[in-house]
Design a protein around this ligand. Structure first.
Ligand SMILES: Nc1ncnc2c1ncn2[C@@H]1O[C@H](COP(=O)(O)OP(=O)(O)O)[C@@H](O)[C@H]1O
Ligand SMILES: [Mg+2]
Length: 273
């Protein structure tokens, strides 16, 4: 794959980025005898944004970490399908095509590396050439120009840092982004900007999103469909429209909605949703 990318970056840029669909069956992750994720199943269509909500400790991050290979799976099956060559879960290509964006842009960017170095690193790991061009394109993609290239994380605002973290994920031309509370550390106005950027990038590149948030307003803004987790299990899967209209099936989801004081807060800034 690296060779192909190096010889024809422009052609790859045009044809890459078809979102993949995901089928997850009975996913299980056990830490020292404790089942953090206990039989989770869901499906995502290519190019879909699918949300995961639930109280803290319900296993949301563990689902994402198990999918991208940061945490070993104890059981269950993960399958991906889609156009072109779909990588086998856990393979090297999978680790390129499935990228994670974390909540905390302070912790996830190395403080002593410039933006340039941060963006060059994944390319080096995956032996992908054309770094110069790719770094410039990734910075443009997230609305940061070349002027940010040689800055350090402490010279950036929280929102700019999260844009760098998104650029670092995008630079590998992934097909699925796993977003773990991607805007929770940001101020409300910046949060809306970053959410709108994510949505624009998803459309532009045909990405699939799997997004975790404890904030129902954020998740329903980006994801038309979502699942609700509690203690490592799925309690229900529903449409965001149904959630917004209070058409929910379980008391747990109802309680989650009542607890979510932010649910009524408008985060929409565009007319596209
Ligand atoms: N590396 C780990 N070792 C042991 N337990 C963990 C580890 N990571 C998470 N857990 C536990 O697994 C459960 C689910 O955690 P997590 O997936 O982070 O939840 P959420 O993202 O929904 O807040 C929690 O009880 C947490 O304490
Ligand atoms: Mg979490």
């Amino acid at each position: 794959m690296g060779e192909v990318l190096m010889s024809a970056p422009a052609a790859v840029a045009r044809e890459a980025h078809a979102g993949i669909s995901l089928q997850v069956r009975d996913l299980r992750v056990v830490y020292d005898g404790f089942a953090a994720v206990d039989g989770v199943s869901f499906e995502m269509a290519p190019g879909e944004s699918f949300g995961i909500v639930g109280e803290s400790g319900s296993g949301k991050s563990t689902v994402l970490r198990a999918l991208c290979g940061l945490t070993p799976r104890t059981g269950g099956q993960v399958q991906a399908t889609g156009g072109g060559a779909v990588p086998a879960p856990g393979s090297r290509d999978w680790r390129r095509q499935v990228q994670m964006v974390f909540q905390d842009p302070y912790g996830s960017l190395h403080p002593r590396q410039t933006v340039d170095r941060i963006l060059a690193e994944p390319l080096a790991i995956h032996r992908i050439g054309g770094a110069e061009q790719r770094i410039q394109r990734a910075l443009d993609d997230v609305g940061l120009g070349d002027g940010f290239r040689f800055r350090y994380p402490h010279q950036l605002s929280g929102g700019q840092r999260q844009r760098v973290a998104i650029a670092r994920a995008l630079i590998l031309q992934p097909r699925l982004l796993l977003l773990d509370e991607p805007t929770s550390a940001l101020d409300a106005s910046v949060q809306a900007e970053v959410l709108n950027l994510l949505e624009a990038l998803r459309t532009r590149h045909g990405l699939s999103f799997l997004m975790v948030s404890h904030d129902l307003a954020v998740v329903t803004h980006l994801c038309p469909r979502l699942m609700v987790m509690q203690r490592g299990r799925v309690v229900e899967t529903l449409l965001s429209a149904d959630l917004a209209a209070h058409r929910v099936q379980t008391d747990y989801t109802r309680a989650l909605m009542q607890a979510a004081s932010g649910f009524q807060r408008p985060v929409r800034r565009t007319s596209s949703v």
